[in-house]
Structure formats: C-alpha cells, structure tokens
Write a new protein. Structure first.
Length: 103
C-alpha cells in the first residue's frame, strides 16, 4: 500500500467514526423551579441537586422509557425514543409539568 491509500483509508474511518455520533438519539431534560424555595430534584440518573428558586438548570441526558422523579418533587415520566428536549417545570404552587421543547 502506498501512503496515499493509507491516508485515504484513515480519513474514511475517521469520518465514519465521527459521524456515527450524529445518529445517536439524545433525550435531554432540564428543571425550571418557579417555587418559592430551593428544591432537590433527580430525574432517573440525572441528578440536578438543589435547584434554586426561580432558576433553570442546564440540560442533562436521560434514557428512553420510564424515569422516576425523586427528591422534593416525586413522580415519574415516560420518555419516548428519539431526539427530544424537555423542561420539568415546577410552578409557584408546586405543580410539576413536563414540557417538550420545540425542535
């Protein structure tokens, strides 16, 4: 093999490997706390810790399927497969709603 074929082969594998991550579906969630006090929130494996009042966290990955919500706001959500972003909204009276963000 000459050097040109080796470089071409290497670039091909690099492109295939890097583009394969684009095909992975990601489901992400964040927490928006509009309640009067800080709340501890964990959604499945995504631990948000203590979320301050009137603050929104960064997105974290969650698996598809059912995820339990634990901490100060217990419950569960069912996340479909595919690429989605959600906000777990806690309103001023403590009611929890799940909002799917626009794509």
């Amino acid at each position: 093999m000459n050097i040109r074929k080796i470089v071409l082969l290497f670039l091909s594998f690099t492109f295939i490997f890097s583009s394969s991550s684009c095909f992975k579906h990601r489901r992400q969630i964040r927490v928006r706390n509009n309640y009067a006090t800080p709340l501890s929130v964990k959604v499945g494996p995504a631990d948000f810790g203590s979320v301050a009042s009137v603050k929104t966290t960064e997105y974290k990955d969650i698996p598809k399927g059912k995820s339990d919500i634990t901490g100060d706001v217990p419950g569960s959500i069912d996340v479909p497969s595919g690429k989605h972003k959600y906000t777990l909204n806690i309103n001023t009276v403590g009611i929890v709603t799940l909002i799917e963000e626009a794509k």
